[in-house]
Design a protein around this ligand. Structure first.
Ligand SMILES: C[S@@+](CC[C@H](N)C(=O)[O-])C[C@H]1O[C@@H](n2cnc3c(N)ncnc32)[C@H](O)[C@@H]1O
Length: 218
């Protein structure tokens, strides 16, 4: 059966000990990234949307144009791991209204110029876009709910597999697995996260930051 819902809703709707396996492939898909109208990419002009679920209420446009400077800086710092969050937030507030992805990327690029060679390789807006996306979709809250509910809904021997794409997510997954192993709920199926090899990264560069962790319900 196909069911549309967040990771949190999907696990919360299940009866105890009824599920054989859960595979959560976190983040956004290439199809979403490539669709300019969804507003995920700073390289394609589109409305500032960024909702994974188009029926959800909050959009990036509302955060960018209506949050106060302090709240905006906190979102960018917490979910983007962006050191220059205050400077970026100030520039955004001064440039309002900001309506499109490319307009936002340009405001950020002026406010946070690359300081060195390493920074020049990634676009200055990368972390801010990540932060807005995670915040708009409450991605880390959903992930925590999924991780909390999984041991109750999995059958003994049932498996939980999570593919994460950045360190904020992976830390949450790693800590939750460790805690549940300590409590005797899981046995780890892989000690270290599984990551793509060189050949896979060549074929699919977007796989480069993926980490897969897997556990079995005891
Ligand atoms: C990496 S993509 C999945 C790609 C898919 N496995 C494939 O191979 O084509 C992640 C998907 O999960 C969805 N998603 C992200 N966060 C979610 C959440 N909290 N709840 C439900 N779905 C979510 C996104 O909309 C996206 O379609």
């Amino acid at each position: 059966t196909l069911q549309h819902g967040s990771f949190a809703e999907l696990v919360n709707d299940q009866r105890p000990a009824t599920i054989d396996g859960i595979l959560a492939d976190l983040g956004m898909s290439s199809l979403q990234l490539q669709d300019a109208a969804r507003g995920f990419s700073f390289q394609a002009e589109g409305a500032l949307d960024m909702r994974m679920n188009p029926q959800a209420e909050l959009t990036a446009e509302q955060v960018v144009n209506h949050f106060d400077e302090r709240e905006l800086a906190d979102v960018i710092y917490e979910f983007g791991d962006e050191r220059r969050s205050r400077r970026i937030a100030r520039a955004i507030v001064r440039s309002r209204p900001i309506r499109t992805t490319v307009q936002l990327a340009e405001v950020i690029a002026v406010a946070a110029r690359p300081m060195n060679q390493a920074e020049r390789r990634i676009h200055p807006a990368t972390k801010t876009f990540q932060a807005l996306r995670i915040f708009v979709n409450r991605e880390l809250d959903d992930l925590r709910t999924l991780l909390n509910a999984a041991p109750q809904v999995l059958k003994p021997g049932g498996r939980l597999v999570i593919i994460s794409f950045h360190s904020l997510e992976d830390r949450i997954v790693k800590d939750a697995f460790r805690e549940r192993v300590k409590q005797g709920h899981y046995r780890l199926l892989v000690k270290k996260p599984v990551t793509p090899g060189e050949e896979e990264i060549d074929r699919n560069p977007r796989s480069r930051s993926a980490k897969l962790r897997a556990a079995e319900r005891v």
